[in-house]
Write a protein that binds this ligand. Structure first.
Ligand code: ATP
Ligand code: MG
Length: 351
């Protein structure tokens, strides 16, 4: 039986994951769903955010779906044992190097007058961020004291050919199922790793993906273009640091944090890691008002990318779209629905 490991975590995580559970039970009763404790909850129970046992469960599942981790009550825990450290460890151990962050504006939310923020109608970008390399992990790094007493902090941006090629391959594959266009962003004008990035992407494109159009863009220009005319993008592939920034920027043009899923994929055949991009939202936790759609859409991505059930994923996506078209709105979308009511709205549309 295919296996989904659910790690609800902290704050609103358990509330939104309960809705994923209900959707999974209705839609894919043949997928075995198990649940384990993780994040701050695990720190409180076991003194660590990610136990070896839960890590082993994650590595042997077909997909792992996270709710959210962290909260103010763990802010003073030792750095290496903070809930967020458990998330980084999970990503590294699972080897999920390609972070897929869709920035999609549903038509029903395109009129944002009730949202008190600006959205971009028709926006549909898939950002592919390299997740396990680059300046966040490169060695050497540190803070040292110089002979004159000053301090010097330093990090290293490193990418190898294979690290670049495997994430670019994910981007080209995704583009083929979309609008067939890849934009690759780096800073090849000022960074050696950027020169290599552009070279590797260019070669891979010529070799295996000549049917997809490829555009190179300097990362600062990409930031500008995302604000100026965001609908020009289809798939945007970039490194860990630029991807962190560009994906957060793009997500804000979509409506609400409560709507945005993500996937992190490793090599084929290994489990993928799925999570809403929102945090644990301590301000609304326990109130039953969080929007569960980011978590439900993360499950939709799991169906597509880890379980090979694109057809069922399409059905779920259509149900979410119809629920929104029918006016289903939680507080973050300007409405008054509870978490459970939004789950019900999706279930009703699943038929
Ligand atoms: P983290 O550091 O964990 O990423 P954060 O400080 O970025 O957390 P979030 O926890 O994501 O913040 O919450 C930011 C704001 O968005 C909060 O006001 C929160 O209530 C709201 N929010 C986040 N997720 C949801 C959701 N699913 N439904 C409704 N509101 C949400
Ligand atoms: Mg955040």
């Amino acid at each position: 039986m295919p296996k989904l490991l659910l790690l609800p975590g902290d704050g609103i995580g358990p509330e939104v994951c309960a809705e994923v559970r209900r959707v999974a039970a209705a839609l894919t009763p043949d997928i075995e769903v198990t649940e384990a404790i993780y994040g701050g909850a695990s720190y409180d129970a076991h003194g660590t955010p990610l136990t070896d046992e839960v890590l082993a469960m994650a590595l042997s599942a077909d997909a792992v779906l996270l709710g959210a981790v962290g909260g103010p009550q763990w802010a003073n825990a030792p750095r290496a044992l903070r809930p967020e450290a458990g998330l980084l460890k999970l990503r590294v151990e699972m080897g999920v190097f390609a972070n897929l962050r869709p920035a999609l504006c549903f038509d029903a939310l395109a009129d944002a007058s009730s949202l008190k923020r600006e959205v971009v109608a028709g926006l549909d970008i898939m950002i592919v961020r390299e997740l396990t390399g680059g300046v966040y992990f490169g060695q050497p790094r540190g803070i040292e004291t110089l002979p004159d007493g000053q301090k010097r902090g330093f990090d290293t941006q490193v990418y190898t050919t294979s690290e670049i090629e495997r994430v670019a391959r994910v981007a080209f594959e995704l583009a083929r199922g979309r609008r067939n266009h890849v934009t690759s962003a780096e800073k090849s004008n000022v960074m050696e790793s950027g020169v290599l990035w552009r070279e590797v992407v260019t070669e891979l494109h010529a070799r295996d993906y000549a049917d997809v159009t490829l555009e190179h863009m300097l990362a600062d220009n990409a930031a500008m273009q995302l604000v100026r005319r965001p609908t020009q993008f289809d798939v945007l592939v970039t490194d860990n640091l630029f991807g962190d920034i560009l994906s957060d920027a793009a997500s804000q043009a979509t409506g609400s944090l409560g709507m945005l899923p993500s996937a992190a994929l490793g090599i084929k055949g290994k489990p993928g890691l799925y999570e809403p991009i929102h945090g644990s939202a301590p301000d609304i936790a326990g109130k039953g008002v969080a929007n569960p759609l980011a978590a439900i859409l993360s499950f939709e991505m799991a169906l597509r990318w880890s379980f090979g059930r694109g057809d069922i994923a399409d059905r779920l996506f259509a149900a979410v779209t119809r629920a929104l078209d029918g006016g289903a709105r939680t507080g973050d979308l300007g409405g008054t629905m509870t978490t459970v009511a939004m789950g019900n709205a999706v279930l009703a549309e699943l038929g």
